[in-house]
Design a protein around this ligand. Structure first.
Ligand SMILES: Cc1ncc(COP(=O)(O)O)c(C=O)c1O
Length: 311
């Protein structure tokens, strides 16, 4: 990991190596935390955080779904993030805010445990690799089903819920694939371990709906807006597993991975085994949006106001 100098913890800027918690931290035992994954990019306007307000809003909602009111305002967290980027002297980075039940109370009733907040950041290249963004990944449908709303809250980006993604990721990796695709409890296509999924058939783009246990991805929303603006028809509906094999193109979207084509699914080539034209077009426009190229999606950028220190 590319270590940064400082981490923000409960209002203090602390050295990376001092950002520690007690071993009896509630969230460590029971998964009682929520988090975000956000990216800041170098743009001609300066360092800019992509859809920062949307990510912080999702953080707040994720926390509230698990009975954790944020002890800081969204604006306080936004400004702390700006300052942390500046103090860490970063021009682009991955940002990881974490809200968790802290030390002081054990047992499954968590409401008396403190709510702690940390913001970490580090330089992190494309999660599935830069090459994968060009050539596409090999993916496998996982034997693990995505968590469902009958027992957890898929709309919350909650720490404990990620055991589900961890199992699917290990299975896919051990099998020699770059990513696992989870079906939902009903057997319909849901999403990757850390990405939403899109399927292109006959020029139309399909993606699973909100009710299919997906995380409501911010990259998903952005890619849908961009595809619509490019003139493509987007349909949110349940997708059968076989449609992955019948697809002309498949791509994944996520903050960490960005927009990644899938070139093979379950050892079957997608399209000709190369990223197709729809994927390419949406990906190119999305990359432009991330890096602030052009005016169209500038409103998605939260430009870091604090000047980056050079010394
Ligand atoms: C399970 C899961 N699905 C989808 C996504 C994509 O969400 P976003 O585009 O907001 O990063 C993520 C990443 O945050 C994720 O962890």
């Amino acid at each position: 990991m590319n270590q940064a100098d400082l981490i923000w913890m409960n209002g203090e800027f602390v050295a990376w190596e001092d950002a520690k918690v007690h071993v009896l931290t509630h969230g460590l035992h029971y998964g009682t935390g929520v988090f975000e994954g956000i990216r800041a990019y170098e743009t001609e306007l300066g360092t800019a955080i992509f859809r920062h307000a949307d990510h912080l809003d999702r953080l707040r909602r994720s926390a509230e779904l698990y009975y954790m009111p944020l002890p800081y305002s969204i604006e306080e967290l936004r400004l702390a993030t700006h300052e942390l980027i500046a103090r860490n002297n970063l021009t682009s980075c991955y940002i990881r805010p974490l809200v968790y039940r802290g030390y002081g109370q054990m047992g499954l009733y968590p409401l008396d445990a403190p709510i702690d907040v940390a913001i970490a950041m580090w330089q992190w290249g494309a999660y599935l690799g830069d090459e994968s963004k060009r050539t596409g990944v090999r993916a496998k449908v996982s034997s693990w089903r995505r968590i469902g709303s009958e027992s957890l809250i898929p709309h919350s980006k909650a720490s404990g819920q990620y055991l589900n993604s961890v199992l699917a990721k290990i299975e896919a990796t051990k099998g020699g694939y770059e990513e696992g695709i989870l079906l939902d409890g009903r057997g319909f296509v849901c999403e990757g371990t850390g990405e939403n999924i899109f399927v292109v058939r006959d020029g139309k783009i399909f993606t699973p709906p909100q009710g299919a246990s997906i995380l409501d991805g911010i990259t998903r929303k952005s890619a849908m807006q961009i595809a619509t603006d490019l003139g493509y028809e987007i349909v949110e509906r349940d997708i059968a597993r076989a449609e992955l094999y019948l697809a002309d193109e498949i791509y994944l979207t996520g903050t960490a991975a960005e927009l990644v084509p899938v070139r093979e699914i379950d050892d079957r080539q997608v399209g000709g085994g190369k990223p197709g034209p729809v994927t390419r077009a949406v990906q190119a426009a999305f990359e432009d949006a991330l890096h602030g190229r052009g005016e169209r999606y500038r409103a998605w950028l939260d430009v870091v106001a604090v000047p980056t220190r050079t010394a």
